[in-house]
Design a protein around this ligand. Structure first.
Ligand code: PLP
Length: 423
Protein backbone atom coordinates (compact mmCIF):
# COMPACT_ATOMS: atom_id res chain seq x y z
CA UNK A 1 0.00 0.00 0.00
CA UNK A 2 1.38 3.41 -0.96
CA UNK A 3 1.90 6.01 1.80
CA UNK A 4 -0.91 8.16 0.44
CA UNK A 5 -4.24 7.97 -1.34
CA UNK A 6 -5.84 10.38 -3.78
CA UNK A 7 -8.96 12.36 -2.99
CA UNK A 8 -11.40 14.13 -5.29
CA UNK A 9 -12.29 17.40 -3.49
CA UNK A 10 -15.56 17.54 -5.43
CA UNK A 11 -17.25 14.16 -4.77
CA UNK A 12 -15.02 13.04 -1.90
CA UNK A 13 -14.04 9.74 -3.56
CA UNK A 14 -10.78 8.20 -2.32
CA UNK A 15 -8.65 6.22 -4.76
CA UNK A 16 -5.36 4.39 -5.11
CA UNK A 17 -2.81 6.05 -7.38
CA UNK A 18 -2.25 4.59 -10.84
CA UNK A 19 -0.66 7.80 -12.10
CA UNK A 20 -4.27 9.00 -11.84
CA UNK A 21 -4.80 12.50 -13.23
CA UNK A 22 -8.54 12.94 -12.70
CA UNK A 23 -11.51 11.69 -10.72
CA UNK A 24 -12.94 8.48 -12.27
CA UNK A 25 -16.45 9.85 -11.59
CA UNK A 26 -15.73 12.59 -14.13
CA UNK A 27 -15.68 15.50 -11.65
CA UNK A 28 -14.20 18.76 -12.90
CA UNK A 29 -11.75 19.03 -10.01
CA UNK A 30 -8.06 18.50 -9.26
CA UNK A 31 -7.52 15.28 -7.33
CA UNK A 32 -5.27 15.71 -4.28
CA UNK A 33 -2.97 13.56 -2.23
CA UNK A 34 -3.84 12.62 1.34
CA UNK A 35 -0.70 11.46 3.13
CA UNK A 36 -0.91 8.87 5.85
CA UNK A 37 1.61 10.86 7.88
CA UNK A 38 -0.10 13.96 9.21
CA UNK A 39 3.10 15.40 10.58
CA UNK A 40 6.07 16.29 8.45
CA UNK A 41 9.26 14.48 9.40
CA UNK A 42 12.25 15.67 7.44
CA UNK A 43 14.21 12.85 5.85
CA UNK A 44 17.93 12.64 5.79
CA UNK A 45 18.03 13.07 1.98
CA UNK A 46 19.60 15.75 -0.16
CA UNK A 47 17.39 18.26 -1.97
CA UNK A 48 13.66 17.95 -2.41
CA UNK A 49 13.42 14.37 -1.14
CA UNK A 50 13.99 15.71 2.36
CA UNK A 51 10.23 16.31 2.09
CA UNK A 52 9.46 12.83 0.72
CA UNK A 53 6.89 12.25 3.50
CA UNK A 54 4.65 14.67 1.61
CA UNK A 55 5.56 13.70 -1.93
CA UNK A 56 3.63 11.00 -3.85
CA UNK A 57 6.64 8.70 -4.12
CA UNK A 58 8.23 5.78 -2.33
CA UNK A 59 11.67 5.93 -3.93
CA UNK A 60 13.93 8.94 -4.26
CA UNK A 61 16.55 10.31 -6.64
CA UNK A 62 19.95 11.37 -5.35
CA UNK A 63 19.78 14.97 -6.55
CA UNK A 64 20.87 18.03 -4.58
CA UNK A 65 18.10 20.12 -6.19
CA UNK A 66 15.66 21.36 -3.59
CA UNK A 67 13.93 24.43 -2.19
CA UNK A 68 15.94 26.97 -0.19
CA UNK A 69 14.58 29.71 2.07
CA UNK A 70 16.56 32.66 3.42
CA UNK A 71 15.77 35.91 5.15
CA UNK A 72 16.21 38.92 2.90
CA UNK A 73 18.28 41.84 4.12
CA UNK A 74 18.86 44.04 1.05
CA UNK A 75 15.46 43.95 -0.64
CA UNK A 76 13.71 43.93 2.74
CA UNK A 77 15.55 47.12 3.74
CA UNK A 78 14.80 48.69 0.36
CA UNK A 79 11.08 47.99 0.78
CA UNK A 80 10.95 48.79 4.49
CA UNK A 81 10.00 45.21 5.35
CA UNK A 82 10.86 43.40 8.56
CA UNK A 83 10.16 39.80 7.74
CA UNK A 84 10.74 39.17 4.08
CA UNK A 85 11.77 35.61 3.29
CA UNK A 86 12.91 34.50 -0.11
CA UNK A 87 12.21 31.02 -1.44
CA UNK A 88 15.01 30.72 -3.96
CA UNK A 89 14.52 27.96 -6.53
CA UNK A 90 17.54 28.28 -8.75
CA UNK A 91 21.29 27.95 -8.67
CA UNK A 92 23.23 29.71 -5.95
CA UNK A 93 25.53 27.26 -4.16
CA UNK A 94 26.65 29.92 -1.66
CA UNK A 95 23.08 29.70 -0.33
CA UNK A 96 22.90 25.95 -0.90
CA UNK A 97 20.55 26.42 -3.87
CA UNK A 98 21.49 23.59 -6.22
CA UNK A 99 18.93 23.58 -9.00
CA UNK A 100 21.31 23.44 -11.96
CA UNK A 101 18.57 24.15 -14.52
CA UNK A 102 17.73 27.29 -12.50
CA UNK A 103 13.97 27.11 -11.98
CA UNK A 104 11.43 25.56 -9.60
CA UNK A 105 10.30 23.36 -12.47
CA UNK A 106 12.95 20.86 -11.38
CA UNK A 107 11.00 20.52 -8.11
CA UNK A 108 8.10 19.30 -10.25
CA UNK A 109 10.10 17.09 -12.59
CA UNK A 110 11.96 15.03 -9.96
CA UNK A 111 8.93 13.61 -8.08
CA UNK A 112 6.95 13.28 -11.33
CA UNK A 113 9.51 10.93 -12.84
CA UNK A 114 9.60 8.82 -9.66
CA UNK A 115 5.79 8.74 -9.43
CA UNK A 116 5.51 7.64 -13.07
CA UNK A 117 8.05 4.88 -12.58
CA UNK A 118 6.20 3.59 -9.51
CA UNK A 119 2.56 3.96 -10.53
CA UNK A 120 2.32 4.38 -14.32
CA UNK A 121 3.38 2.85 -17.58
CA UNK A 122 4.68 4.46 -20.77
CA UNK A 123 6.84 7.42 -21.72
CA UNK A 124 6.06 10.86 -20.36
CA UNK A 125 5.27 13.64 -22.83
CA UNK A 126 5.83 17.18 -21.58
CA UNK A 127 4.72 20.41 -23.27
CA UNK A 128 6.76 23.40 -22.19
CA UNK A 129 7.61 27.01 -22.91
CA UNK A 130 11.20 26.23 -21.91
CA UNK A 131 11.81 25.96 -18.16
CA UNK A 132 9.67 22.88 -17.54
CA UNK A 133 11.16 21.17 -20.57
CA UNK A 134 14.72 21.90 -19.39
CA UNK A 135 13.90 20.52 -15.94
CA UNK A 136 12.53 17.28 -17.40
CA UNK A 137 15.52 16.96 -19.78
CA UNK A 138 17.85 17.27 -16.78
CA UNK A 139 15.85 14.69 -14.83
CA UNK A 140 16.03 12.31 -17.82
CA UNK A 141 19.80 12.88 -17.98
CA UNK A 142 20.19 12.18 -14.25
CA UNK A 143 17.89 9.13 -14.07
CA UNK A 144 18.21 7.64 -17.57
CA UNK A 145 14.40 7.56 -17.83
CA UNK A 146 13.42 8.76 -21.33
CA UNK A 147 11.03 11.67 -21.95
CA UNK A 148 9.44 13.35 -24.94
CA UNK A 149 9.49 17.16 -24.67
CA UNK A 150 7.52 19.46 -26.98
CA UNK A 151 8.43 23.18 -27.08
CA UNK A 152 7.74 26.14 -29.35
CA UNK A 153 10.59 26.38 -31.89
CA UNK A 154 11.70 29.72 -30.46
CA UNK A 155 12.21 28.15 -27.01
CA UNK A 156 14.47 25.30 -28.20
CA UNK A 157 17.65 27.13 -27.22
CA UNK A 158 16.51 27.10 -23.58
CA UNK A 159 16.76 23.33 -23.47
CA UNK A 160 20.07 22.16 -22.10
CA UNK A 161 21.30 19.70 -19.52
CA UNK A 162 24.43 19.60 -17.42
CA UNK A 163 25.48 16.29 -18.98
CA UNK A 164 25.11 14.57 -22.37
CA UNK A 165 21.96 12.49 -22.67
CA UNK A 166 20.38 10.27 -25.30
CA UNK A 167 17.21 10.05 -23.27
CA UNK A 168 15.39 13.16 -24.50
CA UNK A 169 13.25 13.22 -27.63
CA UNK A 170 12.91 16.95 -28.26
CA UNK A 171 10.10 18.02 -30.59
CA UNK A 172 9.90 21.64 -31.72
CA UNK A 173 6.59 23.08 -32.91
CA UNK A 174 6.07 26.30 -34.83
CA UNK A 175 3.85 28.73 -32.89
CA UNK A 176 3.60 29.56 -29.18
CA UNK A 177 3.25 27.57 -25.95
CA UNK A 178 -0.40 26.72 -26.75
CA UNK A 179 0.65 25.12 -30.04
CA UNK A 180 3.21 23.02 -28.15
CA UNK A 181 0.49 21.93 -25.70
CA UNK A 182 -1.84 20.98 -28.57
CA UNK A 183 0.91 18.95 -30.27
CA UNK A 184 1.77 17.14 -27.01
CA UNK A 185 -1.92 16.32 -26.49
CA UNK A 186 -2.12 14.87 -30.01
CA UNK A 187 0.95 12.71 -29.40
CA UNK A 188 -0.61 11.37 -26.21
CA UNK A 189 -3.58 9.91 -28.08
CA UNK A 190 -1.14 7.14 -29.13
CA UNK A 191 -0.57 4.15 -26.82
CA UNK A 192 2.73 4.27 -24.95
CA UNK A 193 2.88 8.09 -24.87
CA UNK A 194 1.51 9.38 -21.59
CA UNK A 195 0.57 12.96 -20.70
CA UNK A 196 2.60 14.20 -17.77
CA UNK A 197 -0.56 15.93 -16.55
CA UNK A 198 0.43 19.54 -15.75
CA UNK A 199 -1.65 20.92 -12.87
CA UNK A 200 -3.55 17.61 -12.65
CA UNK A 201 -0.35 15.81 -11.71
CA UNK A 202 -0.14 15.63 -7.90
CA UNK A 203 3.62 15.05 -8.07
CA UNK A 204 4.06 18.39 -9.78
CA UNK A 205 1.88 20.24 -7.29
CA UNK A 206 3.34 18.58 -4.22
CA UNK A 207 6.84 19.09 -5.64
CA UNK A 208 6.21 22.82 -6.00
CA UNK A 209 4.57 22.81 -2.58
CA UNK A 210 7.93 22.00 -0.99
CA UNK A 211 8.79 25.72 -1.35
CA UNK A 212 6.05 26.42 1.22
CA UNK A 213 7.15 23.46 3.38
CA UNK A 214 10.76 24.60 3.39
CA UNK A 215 9.68 28.14 4.27
CA UNK A 216 7.52 26.99 7.19
CA UNK A 217 10.28 24.77 8.55
CA UNK A 218 12.89 27.53 8.18
CA UNK A 219 10.78 30.41 9.49
CA UNK A 220 9.06 28.28 12.15
CA UNK A 221 5.57 29.25 10.96
CA UNK A 222 3.39 29.45 7.86
CA UNK A 223 4.04 32.90 6.31
CA UNK A 224 1.23 35.48 6.33
CA UNK A 225 1.64 36.16 2.61
CA UNK A 226 2.88 34.21 -0.41
CA UNK A 227 3.94 36.05 -3.60
CA UNK A 228 4.48 34.32 -6.95
CA UNK A 229 4.32 35.02 -10.69
CA UNK A 230 1.97 32.60 -12.44
CA UNK A 231 1.16 31.33 -15.90
CA UNK A 232 -0.93 28.31 -15.01
CA UNK A 233 -1.21 29.20 -11.33
CA UNK A 234 -0.22 25.67 -10.33
CA UNK A 235 2.42 27.01 -7.94
CA UNK A 236 -0.27 29.03 -6.15
CA UNK A 237 -2.54 26.00 -5.83
CA UNK A 238 0.43 23.99 -4.56
CA UNK A 239 1.31 26.60 -1.93
CA UNK A 240 -2.30 26.59 -0.68
CA UNK A 241 -2.43 22.78 -0.52
CA UNK A 242 0.93 22.61 1.27
CA UNK A 243 -0.25 25.22 3.79
CA UNK A 244 -3.39 23.17 4.51
CA UNK A 245 -1.16 20.17 5.27
CA UNK A 246 1.03 22.30 7.53
CA UNK A 247 -2.06 23.45 9.44
CA UNK A 248 -3.00 19.77 9.83
CA UNK A 249 0.49 19.13 11.23
CA UNK A 250 -0.27 21.61 13.99
CA UNK A 251 3.24 22.99 14.60
CA UNK A 252 3.28 25.85 12.11
CA UNK A 253 0.16 27.89 12.90
CA UNK A 254 -3.48 27.72 11.97
CA UNK A 255 -3.93 30.44 9.35
CA UNK A 256 -3.58 30.07 5.60
CA UNK A 257 -1.16 32.44 3.89
CA UNK A 258 -2.75 35.07 1.64
CA UNK A 259 -1.86 34.31 -1.99
CA UNK A 260 -0.60 37.21 -4.15
CA UNK A 261 -0.34 35.93 -7.71
CA UNK A 262 0.95 38.01 -10.61
CA UNK A 263 0.71 37.88 -14.38
CA UNK A 264 2.74 39.81 -16.93
CA UNK A 265 0.68 42.44 -18.83
CA UNK A 266 -0.64 42.53 -21.48
CA UNK A 267 -1.39 38.78 -21.15
CA UNK A 268 -3.42 38.64 -17.93
CA UNK A 269 -6.47 36.35 -18.32
CA UNK A 270 -6.61 35.23 -14.67
CA UNK A 271 -6.19 38.79 -13.37
CA UNK A 272 -9.15 39.93 -15.48
CA UNK A 273 -11.41 37.04 -14.50
CA UNK A 274 -10.51 37.34 -10.81
CA UNK A 275 -11.03 41.10 -10.69
CA UNK A 276 -14.42 40.67 -12.38
CA UNK A 277 -15.31 38.15 -9.65
CA UNK A 278 -15.70 35.35 -12.19
CA UNK A 279 -14.79 31.67 -11.87
CA UNK A 280 -14.67 31.43 -15.68
CA UNK A 281 -12.12 32.89 -18.03
CA UNK A 282 -14.00 34.33 -21.01
CA UNK A 283 -11.56 34.22 -23.96
CA UNK A 284 -13.17 37.17 -25.83
CA UNK A 285 -12.94 39.41 -22.77
CA UNK A 286 -9.93 38.11 -20.87
CA UNK A 287 -7.66 37.01 -23.73
CA UNK A 288 -8.34 39.51 -26.49
CA UNK A 289 -5.60 39.43 -29.16
CA UNK A 290 -3.92 36.59 -27.29
CA UNK A 291 -1.13 35.99 -29.82
CA UNK A 292 -0.11 39.66 -29.88
CA UNK A 293 -0.32 39.93 -26.10
CA UNK A 294 1.75 36.77 -25.64
CA UNK A 295 4.39 38.04 -28.06
CA UNK A 296 4.64 41.29 -26.04
CA UNK A 297 5.36 39.99 -22.53
CA UNK A 298 8.79 40.00 -20.85
CA UNK A 299 8.23 36.60 -19.16
CA UNK A 300 6.79 34.31 -21.82
CA UNK A 301 6.74 31.28 -19.50
CA UNK A 302 3.74 33.00 -17.88
CA UNK A 303 1.55 32.72 -20.97
CA UNK A 304 -0.76 29.74 -20.49
CA UNK A 305 -4.09 30.02 -22.30
CA UNK A 306 -5.73 27.14 -20.44
CA UNK A 307 -4.80 27.63 -16.80
CA UNK A 308 -6.56 25.50 -14.13
CA UNK A 309 -8.38 28.58 -12.91
CA UNK A 310 -12.07 27.64 -12.59
CA UNK A 311 -11.65 23.89 -11.99
CA UNK A 312 -12.55 22.61 -8.49
CA UNK A 313 -9.52 23.04 -6.24
CA UNK A 314 -7.93 25.35 -8.82
CA UNK A 315 -6.67 28.94 -8.78
CA UNK A 316 -10.07 30.56 -8.15
CA UNK A 317 -10.68 28.32 -5.15
CA UNK A 318 -7.14 28.88 -3.85
CA UNK A 319 -7.53 32.67 -4.06
CA UNK A 320 -10.98 32.52 -2.47
CA UNK A 321 -9.87 30.30 0.40
CA UNK A 322 -6.87 32.47 1.22
CA UNK A 323 -8.44 35.91 0.66
CA UNK A 324 -5.91 36.29 -2.15
CA UNK A 325 -5.21 38.96 -4.74
CA UNK A 326 -3.99 39.12 -8.33
CA UNK A 327 -1.63 41.64 -9.91
CA UNK A 328 -0.93 42.77 -13.46
CA UNK A 329 2.74 43.66 -13.91
CA UNK A 330 3.94 45.77 -16.84
CA UNK A 331 7.21 44.83 -18.55
CA UNK A 332 8.96 48.01 -17.46
CA UNK A 333 8.00 47.43 -13.82
CA UNK A 334 9.30 43.85 -14.03
CA UNK A 335 12.61 45.12 -15.43
CA UNK A 336 12.92 47.84 -12.75
CA UNK A 337 12.11 45.32 -10.03
CA UNK A 338 14.72 42.96 -11.44
CA UNK A 339 17.38 45.67 -11.27
CA UNK A 340 16.49 46.42 -7.67
CA UNK A 341 16.59 42.75 -6.75
CA UNK A 342 19.93 42.14 -8.46
CA UNK A 343 21.44 45.17 -6.71
CA UNK A 344 20.11 44.21 -3.30
CA UNK A 345 20.35 40.42 -3.32
CA UNK A 346 23.24 39.99 -5.77
CA UNK A 347 21.90 37.15 -7.92
CA UNK A 348 20.26 37.25 -11.35
CA UNK A 349 16.61 36.41 -11.94
CA UNK A 350 14.42 34.56 -14.40
CA UNK A 351 12.07 37.15 -16.00
CA UNK A 352 9.13 35.37 -14.31
CA UNK A 353 10.72 35.91 -10.90
CA UNK A 354 11.18 39.59 -11.79
CA UNK A 355 7.41 39.76 -12.27
CA UNK A 356 6.96 38.37 -8.75
CA UNK A 357 9.31 40.99 -7.28
CA UNK A 358 7.35 43.74 -9.07
CA UNK A 359 4.12 42.34 -7.63
CA UNK A 360 5.59 42.42 -4.12
CA UNK A 361 6.56 46.07 -4.62
CA UNK A 362 3.02 46.84 -5.85
CA UNK A 363 1.48 45.01 -2.90
CA UNK A 364 3.57 46.91 -0.36
CA UNK A 365 2.96 50.26 -2.04
CA UNK A 366 -0.81 49.74 -2.22
CA UNK A 367 -1.02 48.46 1.36
CA UNK A 368 -2.13 44.95 0.33
CA UNK A 369 0.88 43.67 2.26
CA UNK A 370 1.73 45.16 5.64
CA UNK A 371 5.53 45.61 5.75
CA UNK A 372 5.58 44.20 9.31
CA UNK A 373 4.04 40.88 8.29
CA UNK A 374 5.87 37.66 7.41
CA UNK A 375 6.12 37.34 3.65
CA UNK A 376 7.39 34.52 1.44
CA UNK A 377 8.51 35.75 -1.97
CA UNK A 378 8.83 32.78 -4.32
CA UNK A 379 11.78 33.45 -6.61
CA UNK A 380 10.86 30.71 -9.03
CA UNK A 381 14.01 30.96 -11.13
CA UNK A 382 17.44 32.53 -11.08
CA UNK A 383 21.18 32.07 -10.82
CA UNK A 384 21.70 31.47 -14.55
CA UNK A 385 25.06 33.26 -14.63
CA UNK A 386 26.24 31.42 -11.55
CA UNK A 387 25.16 28.06 -13.04
CA UNK A 388 27.04 28.77 -16.28
CA UNK A 389 30.24 29.27 -14.24
CA UNK A 390 29.98 25.86 -12.53
CA UNK A 391 28.25 23.54 -15.00
CA UNK A 392 28.42 22.45 -18.60
CA UNK A 393 25.26 23.37 -20.45
CA UNK A 394 24.85 20.81 -23.20
CA UNK A 395 22.25 21.96 -25.72
CA UNK A 396 19.56 19.37 -26.45
CA UNK A 397 19.20 18.96 -30.20
CA UNK A 398 15.67 18.75 -31.63
CA UNK A 399 14.84 15.26 -32.94
CA UNK A 400 11.65 16.21 -34.79
CA UNK A 401 9.88 19.35 -35.93
CA UNK A 402 6.22 20.20 -36.47
CA UNK A 403 5.98 22.95 -39.08
CA UNK A 404 3.12 25.47 -39.12
CA UNK A 405 0.14 24.01 -40.96
CA UNK A 406 1.17 20.41 -40.21
CA UNK A 407 0.38 18.34 -37.13
CA UNK A 408 1.80 15.88 -34.63
CA UNK A 409 0.38 13.03 -36.74
CA UNK A 410 3.15 13.61 -39.28
CA UNK A 411 5.86 12.72 -36.75
CA UNK A 412 4.15 10.28 -34.42
CA UNK A 413 5.57 7.14 -36.09
CA UNK A 414 9.09 8.54 -35.71
CA UNK A 415 8.47 9.46 -32.07
CA UNK A 416 7.10 5.98 -31.30
CA UNK A 417 10.11 4.31 -32.87
CA UNK A 418 12.42 6.65 -30.88
CA UNK A 419 10.61 5.55 -27.70
CA UNK A 420 11.04 1.88 -28.62
CA UNK A 421 14.76 2.36 -29.11
CA UNK A 422 15.29 4.30 -25.86
CA UNK A 423 12.89 2.69 -23.38
C1 PLP B 1 10.49 30.53 -13.65
C2 PLP B 1 9.00 30.34 -13.63
N1 PLP B 1 8.29 31.00 -12.72
C3 PLP B 1 6.95 30.90 -12.66
C4 PLP B 1 6.25 30.09 -13.54
C5 PLP B 1 4.77 29.98 -13.41
O1 PLP B 1 4.45 28.77 -12.83
P1 PLP B 1 2.96 28.28 -12.53
O2 PLP B 1 2.02 29.24 -13.11
O3 PLP B 1 2.88 26.93 -13.19
O4 PLP B 1 2.84 28.19 -11.05
C6 PLP B 1 6.95 29.38 -14.53
C7 PLP B 1 6.25 28.54 -15.48
O5 PLP B 1 6.83 27.94 -16.38
C8 PLP B 1 8.37 29.51 -14.56
O6 PLP B 1 9.11 28.84 -15.46
Amino acid sequence: MRPYTLLCPDCGQRMEDHYTLSCPAGCNALVRTVYRRRTLDLRNEPGIFRFADWLPVEGTIASPAGPVTYRSEGLARDLGMENLWIGFSGYWPERNAQIATCSFKELEALPTVVRMKETGRGTLVIASAGNTGRAFCQTAAVTGIPVVVVVPSAAAERLWTTRETEKVCLVTADGDYSDAIAAANDLCTHPGLVPEGGAKNVARRDGMGTVMLDAAVTIGQIPDHYVQAVGSGTGGIAAWEAAMRLIGDGRYGSALPRLHLAQNAPFIPMVRAWRAGRREIIPETDMRDARTAIAAVYADVLTNRNPPYGVGGGVFDALTATGGAMYAVENRDARDAEKRFVEEEEIDLDPAAAVAVAALIQAVETGEIDPHSTVLLNITGGGYERAAEDHDQVVVRPAFHIAAGTGADDIVTDVLSWVKRHA
